[in-house]
Write a protein that binds this ligand. Structure first.
Ligand SMILES: Cc1cc2nc3c(=O)[nH]c(=O)nc-3n(C[C@H](O)[C@H](O)[C@H](O)COP(=O)(O)OP(=O)(O)OC[C@H]3O[C@@H](n4cnc5c(N)ncnc54)[C@H](O)[C@@H]3O)c2cc1C
Length: 225
């Protein structure tokens, strides 16, 4: 399967030329993100949780405190909605109406599943840590029994969803191109500053290579990886 099947709720109606159901696009946008927004209904009220995540194949993992009742309620079979957005540029048009942003976004739907099997639980947690900082998992202490009991890992299968991407200059009304105001795109970049040692770092520990060579550091958003 190279693309998701559109469903009634994922069929793009507005700006559908910007939409994609290709798994390569969806995975790429997910992999470039750091945090997602996880939305769900709990006790009749909408909730949204910004949270870290990681992907293994066609599964997205998030984690939280086992005591988190809202997260636990997510595992009762109700549909959740998970979204990741990148802002790649500010699109300044000649009219207020046509101002926009260049972006890449993904919206996924589906029931969340609590991961109870230990190997998958560990793989999910590893994916979340490695998503943030590749190379980190093998460098740090693994969760102990207490920490494992206190940490819930949830999985969402990438079965239903869509991506949407805007690129390029503003699209103005033809008669507005003669106006005297500046128009164009301000590209955005993601910048990670120089790492700061923990004040309690033991003497003689260098910043690891995977940190100094962090692949996300200083790059133009949306540029080819
Ligand atoms: C950073 C950013 C800024 C934006 N600013 C604006 C704005 O100011 N005004 C505006 O109208 N729109 C904006 N959009 C686009 C917005 O996300 C919607 O796509 C658009 O408003 C159409 O909404 P709709 O409910 O009519 O879409 P529909 O086409 O009816 O949506 C149907 C389905 O398509 C999918 N879908 C819709 N939008 C997206 C998306 N962005 N990413 C992935 N899947 C999607 C979802 O599954 C949704 O249920 C912005 C998007 C981003 C990422």
């Amino acid at each position: 399967m190279s693309q998701l099947e559109p469903t009634p709720r994922t069929t793009l109606k507005r700006g559908k030329d910007r939409g994609s159901y290709e798994l390569a696009d969806i995975h790429g946008i997910l992999d470039d993100g750091l945090a997602c927004q996880l939305a769900f209904i709990h006790n009749g009220s909408p909730h949204i949780i910004p949270t870290a995540y990681g992907r293994v194949g066609s599964t997205v993992y998030v984690h939280g405190a086992a005591a988190n009742r809202a997260l636990r309620a997510l595992c009762n079979g109700e549909t959740a909605c998970l979204s990741v957005t990148h802002i790649d540029g500010l699109v300044l048009a000649r009219s207020a109406f046509h101002h926009s942003m260049n972006y890449r976004s993904v919206v996924l739907y589906g029931p969340m599943r609590e991961v109870t099997e230990h190997c998958e639980w560990q793989a999910g947690l590893r994916a979340i840590i490695e998503h943030m900082m590749p190379g980190r998992w093998d460098d740090v202490r693994s969760p102990n029994e207490q920490e494992s009991k206190r940490t819930m890992v949830l999985a969402l299968e990438i079965d239903e969803g869509s991506a949407k991407v805007r690129t390029g200059p503003p699209v103005d009304d033809e008669e507005d191109y003669a106006l005297g105001c500046w128009a164009g795109v301000i590209p955005t970049t993601t910048h990670f500053a120089t790492p700061i040692d923990d004040p309690r770092l033991a003497a003689g520990i260098e910043v690891p290579h995977y940190v100094t060579h962090y692949p996300r550091a200083k790059r133009q958003n949306g540029a080819a990886r």
